[in-house]
Design a protein around this ligand. Structure first.
Ligand SMILES: [Fe+2]
Length: 257
């Protein structure tokens, strides 16, 4: 049984590709170079990385839709479902005992477009260390939910969690994806520092987004093109428990289902 939509999409994709070959007069040596490159990406197991880096941002723009709610952003390849649901306040993301980095306190609210608090929302957050590394992903990081957790909100849709400030990071650069960005295209493999969120509440579309920080050197040249203006926040300072903390805040608005 054929899926008519797949047939139509495939046919159109091939037509566009053939037109492209003709328009640019591509020859056998170009064809061989592309084929070899595609094989390298396969052999390196980099297709998820390649797709997320070059195409996910476009799929994101056609998926969540614009409206009176928080813009979505790419999920990226590093999300892990099943992070621990925090229950003891003050909520603190799991860390290694010797976790380094600026202490960061993050305050969030979750509302619907009418301004009503979504008290049953869960804020699933994950981010890199102050060296730009992710748990489960980077060699040397534990296979454990480090700097990853699900945070509940209160009856006002408010919550607050403690963590450390993540650093900008480079996507893997030693394989064919990094090679293309660095050597062939003359770009770079950096992403600006960010916090990843996946916010869910019954009756609302899950919001997958990221927040970036004012002043980051890679905001205008994110290799994954994931930055949106409405997702850049200023970082402030606050006091808690007699200590100074970097403060981030954001009011999330979810899209009704
Ligand atoms: Fe990330």
């Amino acid at each position: 049984m054929t899926d008519q939509r797949v047939v139509e999409l495939f046919d159109e994709f091939m037509e566009l590709t053939k037109d492209f070959i003709i328009r640019h007069g591509l020859r056998y040596e170009d064809y061989a170079a592309v084929t070899q490159y595609l094989i390298r990406v396969s052999e390196a197991g980099e297709w998820p990385l390649w797709m997320d880096n070059f195409l996910e941002a476009t799929v994101d723009t056609t998926s969540y839709g614009d409206g009176p709610w928080t813009p979505s952003a790419i999920e990226g390849p590093y999300y892990k479902p099943g992070a621990p649901l925090l229950s003891r306040q003050p909520y603190t993301l799991p860390m290694r005992p010797d976790e380094t980095g600026d202490k960061m306190l993050f305050r969030a609210t979750v509302h619907n477009p009418a301004g009503e608090p979504l008290s049953a929302a869960v804020v699933d957050v994950w981010h890199a260390t102050d060296k730009g590394l992710y748990s489960f992903i980077d060699a040397g990081m534990p296979e454990d939910f480090i700097l990853r957790a699900r945070v509940p909100v209160d009856e006002n849709g408010s919550t607050e969690f403690r963590s450390i400030r993540p650093a900008p990071y480079e996507i893997p650069k030693d394989g064919p994806t990094g090679d293309l960005l660095n050597s062939v295209l003359g770009r770079h493999t950096w992403r600006p520092a960010h916090l990843h969120f996946r916010i869910t509440a019954e009756g609302y579309k899950p919001l997958v987004t990221q927040l970036y920080f004012d002043g980051d050197p890679y905001l205008d040249s994110d290799c994954a093109e994931g930055v949106k203006q409405g997702l850049i926040i200023p970082l402030g300072k606050t006091e808690a428990d007699g200590e100074s903390w970097t403060l981030g805040q954001f009011a999330f608005v979810l899209q009704p289902q």
